[in-house]
Design a protein around this ligand. Structure first.
Ligand code: GLA
Length: 601
């Protein structure tokens, strides 16, 4: 029976966005960005008050300070580069990009891109998925806004995908593009500047205050079309696409198919609370990131405001949190003005290595209790984890983590190296405890042994998960507190996932009706799982392996542990029963994947 037939039989309502299938072109895009992109972007420090001179000065420093060698190679122009749209091209503002003025009177960013390439760097540019931009709507008095008639000021890419891709990638040679979304969010017919004729109306695909009213399927189609055009326009090269839809319009469902990084929240600011807000917005989405598709909590503020040279503890914390998430490391500070201590923070090789670990697993929240939070990231070597112990508050705090909660043996020899101080932290009785100053994060590289030999648990392989919506819509919430379709160790509403009175760190709290695919890659012999619906239920769950139904059962509050034999299988699918009787959550408890062991005779 096909998945579609099953879904129909169960009455599941898998929606348009969930069923969007990546085109071959978009899939090819996802092959790039094997580790989170690293680079520099002007917006946090310059807003729109910058041009070629400022960008080149920073690019020079990326090279001369050795940052490029550490991986910071993407130099990304943000909003404010364009002057106006003219038929098949976009005119560049040559007052701030003088090298763009060509002798024949036309403009081109090719000389700018060529200079970056000659320095061994990559060049990034910016557009909007709608007709108009963020700055046009939100900062009407900022310099460097597009000029001309209503149509000429429509510099966004809507309706111009092929044309813009040919210009930006083939003619000018850009390697990266941030595709913002204010044009698809903030130009509804009721907006004053639309009513007075300043801009044309664009029916919002993102409804900021009422996320449930967003047209996720249409927004996904626009990004899909842009991704296809980008690859064609780049004639075989694969420009990276940074989707900037702020975690809205169900981006978890589709962004990974059309971009290599996807923003999870609104803009960061150089304050402690703003940094934590953006961190939280990405931290709940570990099952939606992996090689080729990274959650993006926004550019770094290290070196700025509450993270400047006078706030080194907070600056190290911010850097630690982005690294443990496997977030893109896009610097947002003025490299001309940073102190040596800030330079040392962004250059810490061990921290960068955690972010760039080749397995590409995002860190998973292990616990959160008051101001204390623990996040652990599985590293490529079995039994190795990067562990962030975070003091979110303004008082000193002692924080502990149990090796057992990390899926590690409490008795095997285990080391914990603090990557900021270089010190070894004590591991006693299967537990690591640290004393933290206000706003301090200890980032540890923990090297131990898995609790069970040859067994992987979800937190060991989040990058191998693919989660799809089945149409259930949670109530409207602010983005960071949005219902998350599936999480490890937590329910979709953010509460700890409990099993027999303790948090189930090996369980998945999921939305009723969701479908989870796990890439088994032929590595496992057995899978065991314990499906449970906490309350009243009348639906059926399904478990499929390589398309074959291996288990089906009526969901109930009782445990029904299941063991599946999966030798050589490529894919496991866990399909939760549909919501029923007001019950919208389901759990796949205690999920264990037993690796295939090849014995030599
Ligand atoms: C939006 C984006 C920011 C930045 C500005 C530029 O707010 O989220 O990252 O690109 O637009 O105007």
């Amino acid at each position: 029976m096909t998945i579609g037939a099953h879904i129909r039989r169960l009455g599941l309502n898998i929606t348009g966005a969930a069923l969007l299938v990546a085109t071959p072109a978009a899939q090819a895009e996802a092959q790039s960005a094997a580790t989170p992109p690293m680079g520099w972007n002007p917006y946090n420090v310059f807003d729109l008050n910058y041009g070629e001179a400022e960008v080149m000065a920073q690019a020079d420093l990326l090279v001369s300070l050795g940052l490029a060698r550490l991986g910071y190679v993407h130099v990304n122009v943000d909003d404010g580069w364009w002057l106006r749209r003219e038929d098949d091209t976009i005119r560049v503002r040559t007052t701030i990009y003088p090298s763009a003025a060509l002798p024949d009177g036309s403009t081109s960013l090719r000389p700018f891109v060529d200079r970056l390439h000659a320095m061994g760097l990559k060049a990034g540019i910016y557009t909007d998925i709608g007709l108009n931009t963020c700055s046009q709507r939100w900062r009407p008095r900022t310099p460097n806004l597009p000029e001309g008639t209503v149509r000429q000021r429509e510099v966004g890419t809507y309706g111009h995908h092929a044309q813009d891709a040919a210009l930006l990638f083939a003619r000018w040679g850009f390697d990266f593009i941030k595709v913002d979304a204010c044009g698809a969010a903030d130009y509804g017919a009721d907006v004053k500047e639309v009513r007075d004729g300043t801009f044309r109306a664009f029916t919002p695909l993102i409804v900021r205050e009422r996320p449930q009213r967003s047209d996720a399927a249409e927004l996904a189609r626009q990004y899909a079309s842009f991704a296809d055009a980008a690859r064609r326009g780049a004639s075989g090269r694969s420009p990276l696409i940074s989707i900037c839809a702020w975690g809205q319009a169900d981006v978890n469902d589709w962004a990974r198919r059309y971009g290599q990084m996807s923003r999870t929240s609104f803009d960061i600011a150089p304050t402690w609370d703003a940094m934590l807000f953006n961190f939280d917005s990405a931290a709940s989405r570990a099952l939606f990131a992996g090689p080729g598709h990274w959650n993006d909590p926004d550019m770094l503020e290290v070196g700025n405001g509450a993270f400047d040279g006078a706030h080194l503890t907070a600056a190290r914390a911010h850097m630690s949190l982005w690294a443990v998430l496997a977030a893109p490391l896009i610097l947002g500070n003025d490299l001309r003005r940073m102190t040596p201590e800030i330079a040392a923070i962004i250059s810490n090789r061990e921290v960068i290595a955690i972010d760039q670990d080749p397995a590409g697993h995002q860190g998973v929240v292990v616990s959160r209790d008051g101001d204390g939070q623990v996040v652990a990231k599985a590293l490529a070597t079995t039994g190795h984890k990067a562990v962030a112990l975070i003091n979110r508050g303004t008082n000193p705090l002692t924080l502990s983590v149990e090796l057992a909660d990390l899926g590690l043996s409490a008795t095997a020899p285990t080391t914990a190296r603090d990557v900021w101080s270089g010190e070894t932290r004590a591991v006693r009785n299967g537990r690591i405890s640290v004393s933290l100053k206000p706003q301090e994060t200890a980032l540890l590289r923990v090297e131990g042994r898995p609790a069970e030999d040859n067994v992987d648990r979800p937190a060991d392989l989040p990058a191998r998960f693919d989660v799809a919506d089945a149409g259930y819509k949670a109530p409207d919430r602010t983005p960071a507190r949005q219902w998350v379709l599936a999480q490890i160790g937590f329910r979709p509403d953010g509460q700890p996932l409990m099993l027999d009175g303790v948090q189930d760190h090996a369980g998945l709290g999921v939305t009723a009706g969701s479908r989870i695919r796990i890439d088994l890659a032929g590595r496992y012999d057995r899978v065991s799982v314990d499906p449970r619906m906490p309350g009243k239920a009348n639906g059926t769950y399904l478990i499929r392996v390589d398309g074959r139904m291996l288990a089906e059962g009526v969901a109930s509050p009782q445990a029904h542990p299941i063991v599946l034999h999966v030798r050589d299988a490529r894919q496991l699918e866990l399909i939760a029963p549909p919501p029923s009787g007001g019950n919208t959550q389901f759990a796949w408890h205690n999920l264990r994947l037993t690796r295939r062991v090849t014995t030599r005779s």
